[in-house]
Structure formats: structure tokens, C-alpha cells
Design a protein around this ligand. Structure first.
Ligand SMILES: Cc1cc2nc3c(=O)[nH]c(=O)nc-3n(C[C@H](O)[C@H](O)[C@H](O)COP(=O)(O)O)c2cc1C
Length: 133
């Protein structure tokens, strides 16, 4: 399995992960649950109207943390906006519950993919494993 698929599978398994952004010198963190592999990239989804989106536009460096009860995952990297309609459609097909809030043509739905990502799987019993994508 590709690195990016392994990371996405972990995010899918936990269901909820935590996305940290920076707002000037103030860290901001919140729960997220969207994830998609498309064209070999790991995407997450948000709304352009949200503060989180504005923070990423100003400073694309983010970190994600997730824990499955045994292992935890930290993904650091940059998030890049992708306005390709097809990737929005793919996200809504994977997670149909999003259709209650987003539409590919609403001018709000935003797909962001990781660039220069480093994903580290850690546990109390095994050496950390770093994947890049
Ligand atoms: C379990 C869970 C999953 C969530 N997943 C997402 C998500 O994938 N994308 C999103 O934009 N908001 C998601 N939210 C809502 C955000 O956490 C919420 O809008 C948050 O306030 C956004 O951060 P901000 O206030 O800094 O903009 C989720 C909330 C919960 C409780």
C-alpha cells in the first residue's frame, strides 16, 4: 500500500483527528473527520468561510494528530487549495453526510491536499515510523 493510503486508512479508522493551524503566534486546533486519497494525494475538506480556512490561506503549515487506542499519528506539512470540481465530487461520494453542508458549486466547499508531508506513527512499544508523501 502507498504511504498516503496507509495514512488515510488510519484517519478513516479513527474517524476523528485533530487539525492544528497557526494564527500568527497562536496555535488553533479543532476536530476534523474528512479524508480522501485522490490522484495519489491526501486531501481534507473544509469550508472557505471558516476561520481554519483563513488561517491556512495565511500560513499553510499545519499538523494533524490522531490516536487509535494503540498508535498515534502526527502529520506535518503544508495544505494546498485545489478547486478541481472532480475532487470535491469524489469527497462527497466517499462521505455522503457532507452533502447536507456542502456542494461542489457552493463557492464554499474547499479541498486541501498535503504537500511536503511527514507522517509519523508512534506507540509506547515500537520505534517511530516516518512516512513521507
Ligand atoms: C467529529 C468532528 C469532525 C469534524 N470534521 C470536520 C471537517 O472534516 N472539516 C471541517 O471543516 N469541519 C469539521 N468539523 C467542524 C470543525 O471542527 C469546526 O467547524 C471548527 O470550529 C472549525 O475550526 P475554526 O473554528 O478554527 O474554523 C468537525 C467537527 C467534529 C466534532
Amino acid at each position: 500500500m502507498e504511504n498516503v493510503e496507509r495514512v488515510c486508512e488510519f484517519l478513516d479508522k479513527v474517524g476523528t483527528y485533530y487539525l492544528a493551524t497557526a494564527e500568527n503566534d497562536q496555535p488553533r486546533v479543532r476536530p476534523f473527520g474528512t479524508s480522501l486519497v485522490y490522484n495519489g494525494r491526501l486531501y481534507i475538506e473544509t469550508g472557505k468561510s471558516k476561520s481554519v480556512s483563513k488561517q491556512i490561506a495565511a500560513d499553510p503549515k499545519v499538523e494533524i494528530c490522531a490516536f487509535d487506542g494503540t498508535k498515534w499519528l502526527r502529520i506535518s506539512g503544508e495544505l494546498i487549495n485545489d478547486d478541481d470540481r472532480a475532487v470535491k465530487v469524489a469527497m462527497l461520494e466517499k462521505m455522503p453526510s457532507l452533502k447536507a453542508m456542502y456542494d461542489p458549486d457552493d463557492g464554499n466547499m474547499q479541498m486541501l491536499y498535503f504537500k511536503n508531508a511527514s507522517a509519523v506513527f508512534s506507540s509506547f512499544t515500537e520505534a517511530p515510523e516516518t512516512l513521507t508523501f
